[in-house]
Design a protein around this ligand. Structure first.
Ligand code: PLP
Length: 360
């Protein structure tokens, strides 16, 4: 068996220890004589899996008691609709547009109410985070929406926007658990787990209790009402049970590693290797304003599409996979999530140095 260094933006690399444990438990989970995949979601064994996963996530993120943790399905994209359906009491929301995902979320929300795009970085291909210290927040906005880490463009909010007292809603799909967060600053935090936490199919929503009400927009399906899932502790219907089990293992792994402060240090150390190289390279160039650089997704280009393609091909041959940039922007992108080891980033930079020597 040989494993590659996988720089995919998602689904993405998972900790090898977690995969090995899951493999060892595949046929007989904890003496039950069955795989978690085969198990009733109402069984005692699964109840323990989901309860422990939730508690470990609460410990990692220091989630206050007045927030619920929901394990849902439908991908992060389903939240683009679920958020307005549940939170748009006045039918007004403010969106900060820092990339394709925020753009899509805003467009979806427009089906349900008035969307004010209060800031955008589209003028420079989303290569920076706009100043959000004094935005024209709408008087009657039900919430202010951000995509906290922009997977495609490689930017991250280093400071949260000043929402002027309005509820902050954040898509953290690509920076989930990569560093400590102050949950109390948000009304709702959500993310698809397939980047930093687990296999595709699970979305985690962390939502303040006062935002969970029956007063949702008319026609909101039962399955798209937060209250349904909060009341049923994420077991209203069959949840993505195996995915939740793997998420739980990743939470344990993160705790064993020392928690989110340690992950932040590790992630900063990893990202620095790559950014430092990019900053002095004569061939490769980072595409993002330095102050807004993501620790998780690092886009870069040579400026020559053919050379970019050659790089991606040769990198793959060298065991460095999935370095092609998003189909809408081209170039390269290295996603270096929690589970990407330091050695993987060093191997990438070594390869880039060699490629530069051969191609300059
Ligand atoms: C920041 C962000 N939000 C939302 C999505 C959409 O996620 P999903 O495919 O789970 O709907 C992605 C996906 O890649 C993403 O990076």
């Amino acid at each position: 068996m040989s494993r590659v260094y996988n720089f995919s933006a998602g689904p993405a690399v998972l900790p090898e220890e977690v995969l090995k444990e899951a493999a060892a438990e595949m046929l007989d989970y904890n003496g039950t004589g069955m795989s978690v995949m085969e198990m009733s979601h109402r069984s005692k064994a699964f109840e323990e899996i989901i309860t422990t996963a939730e508690q470990d996530l609460r410990d990692l993120m220091n989630i206050p008691d007045n927030y619920k943790v929901l394990f849902l399905q439908g991908g992060a994209s389903q939240q683009f609709a679920m958020i307005p359906m549940n939170l748009m009491k006045n039918r007004v929301a403010d969106y900060i547009i820092t990339g394709q995902w925020a753009k899509k979320a805003a467009k979806e929300a427009e089906k349900y109410g008035k969307v004010n795009r209060v800031a955008s970085s589209e003028d420079k291909t989303f290569s920076y985070i706009p100043d959000c210290s004094d935005l024209p927040i709408s008087e009657d906005a039900d919430y202010v929406y951000i995509c906290e880490n922009n997977t495609i463009y490689g930017t991250k909010f280093k400071e949260l926007p000043n929402t002027k007292g309005k509820t902050l809603v954040a898509d953290v799909s690509s920076c989930f658990l990569s560093e400590p967060v102050d949950v109390t600053k948000y009304g709702l935090i959500y993310g698809g787990v397939q980047k930093n936490i687990g296999p595709a199919g699970v979305v985690i929503v962390i939502i303040r209790e006062d935002l969970i009400t029956e007063d949702v927009l008319p026609g909101t399906p039962t399955m798209l009402t937060y209250k349904t899932h909060a009341d049923a502790k994420s077991l209203y219907n069959t949840p993505p049970a195996y995915g939740i089990y793997i998420c739980g293992k990743v939470f344990k792994w993160l705790k064993d590693m020392g928690g989110l402060s340690v992950m932040k240090e590790r992630n900063e150390k990893k990202a620095k290797v790559l950014y430092d190289f990019l900053d002095q390279s004569k061939l490769f160039k980072g595409t993002v304003e330095k102050k807004d650089r993501s620790l998780m997704n690092v886009p870069f280009v040579t400026g020559d599409a053919d050379l970019d393609a050659k790089f991606v091909k040769e990198a793959k041959e060298a065991g460095l996979e999935n370095l092609k940039g998003h189909r809408t922007v081209g170039g390269m992108r290295a996603s270096i999530y929690n589970a990407m080891p330091y050695e993987g980033v060093v191997a990438l930079v070594d390869f880039m140095k060699k490629f530069e020597e051969e191609n300059l």
